[in-house]
Design a protein around this ligand. Structure first.
Ligand SMILES: [Zn+2]
Ligand SMILES: [Zn+2]
Length: 265
C-alpha cells in the first residue's frame, strides 16, 4: 500500500511524506524538508510521525523552501539524505556526516516497500530532480517546482494514479501583483513556476482512466487562489472543483492513499 501526506506547500516551505507498507513492514520517505526543525517536528506529529520514523530524505533542489532543516534533521537522527550532485554543490558541499546519497536522473532509489525514481526537471536551480514513487502496483508523481513541461517530464508522469503537482499562479494576478518586474519574469518564465493553465495542459496530456487523485501544490499566496487552481485543473480533467485537493501552506493535505479516489486538504 502506498500513501502520502503533504505537510505544507508553498513558497514558505514544502515537505511531503510518502509511505509504503505491506504487512508489518513500513518505509517512509520525506520529500523536501523546507521548514525549521521544530516546525517540521510539529507537522510530522500531526501525521502521527516522529523524525525516527523516516527512513530517508530526498531533497529536490537547493531553494530554501525545500532545504530547510535537512542537514540538522539528517545528522541528528541519522537519516540518509538523497540529492543530486548539483544540489549538493549549490549548497556549498555541506558535510552530511556520511549520510549523503547522490541521486541521478532515472536511477531508482530502493526503499524496500517502494521505489522512488528521480527525474530531471526544468527549474532555475543547479540540478533539480522531482520524483515518481511506486510499489509496483500504485504510482505517485510528485512535481512541485517546474518552469515548463519538457517531454522528459511528461514521460515520467504517464500512468500515475495520483499526482501532486504545482499550480503556482494565475498570470493575470502575477502581472497585477507588486512583484518587481525581474521577479515576474522569473516566476512566469520557462525555468520558474507553472501557471494554472500550464498545469492543466500537463493534466490533459497525462490523463488516463487510472488517474484518480490530483493535489495542487506550491500555490502562490499572492498570485493565486485555491478556487482558481481547482477550477483550472478540474476543467482539464472534467472533474468537479472539489475533486482537486489543494495542499495548504499550513496544513498540507490529509493522508491520501494512491490508487483510490480520495481528496481532502
Ligand atoms: Zn524552486
Ligand atoms: Zn519551491
Amino acid at each position: 500500500m502506498l500513501r502520502f501526506k503533504n505537510l505544507g506547500s508553498g513558497s514558505t516551505g514544502n515537505a511531503t511524506v510518502v509511505e509504503g507498507s505491506s504487512g508489518t513492514q513500513v518505509r517512509r520517505l520525506l520529500i523536501d524538508c523546507g521548514f525549521g526543525i521544530r516546525q517540521l517536528q510539529a507537522r510530522l506529529a500531526q501525521a502521527q510521525l516522529q523524525p525516527e520514523d523516516l527512513d530517508a530524505v530526498f531533497i529536490t533542489h537547493e531553494h530554501s523552501d525545500h532545504i530547510g532543516c535537512a542537514q540538522a534533521l539528517a545528522v541528528r537522527y541519522r537519516i540518509p539524505v538523497w540529492m543530486s550532485e548539483g544540489t549538493h554543490a549549490a549548497l556549498g558541499f555541506p558535510d552530511l556526516d556520511g549520510l549523503l546519497q547522490v541521486a541521478h536522473d532515472l536511477e531508482a532509489i530502493d526503499l524496500g516497500e517502494f521505489q522512488a525514481r528521480p527525474f530531471t526537471v526544468p527549474h532555475d536551480a543547479r540540478e533539480p530532480l522531482q520524483l515518481r514513487c511506486s510499489d509496483g502496483a500504485a504510482h505517485l508523481g510528485v512535481l512541485t517546482d517546474l518552469g515548463h513541461a519538457s517531454p522528459h517530464v511528461l514521460e515520467q508522469l504517464q500512468g500515475c494514479h495520483a499526482l501532486m503537482i504545482e499550480a503556482n499562479h494565475d498570470p493575470g494576478m502575477l502581472q497585477a501583483s507588486r512583484y518587481p518586474p525581474f521577479l515576474k519574469r522569473r516566476v512566469g518564465g520557462p525555468y520558474g513556476h507553472l501557471a494554472n493553465a500550464a498545469t492543466a495542459d500537463i493534466l490533459r496530456t497525462v490523463q488516463h482512466a487510472g488517474l484518480l487523485q490530483v493535489v495542487a501544490a506550491h500555490l502562490s499566496a499572492q498570485n493565486n487562489t485555491p478556487a482558481l487552481a481547482q477550477e483550472a485543473l478540474a476543467a482539464a480533467l472534467d472533474w468537479t472543483a472539489e475533486e482537486i485537493t489543494v495542499a495548504s501552506p499550513t496544513q498540507g493535505t490529509d493522508w491520501l492513499r494512491v490508487g483510490e479516489r480520495q481528496w481532502g486538504g
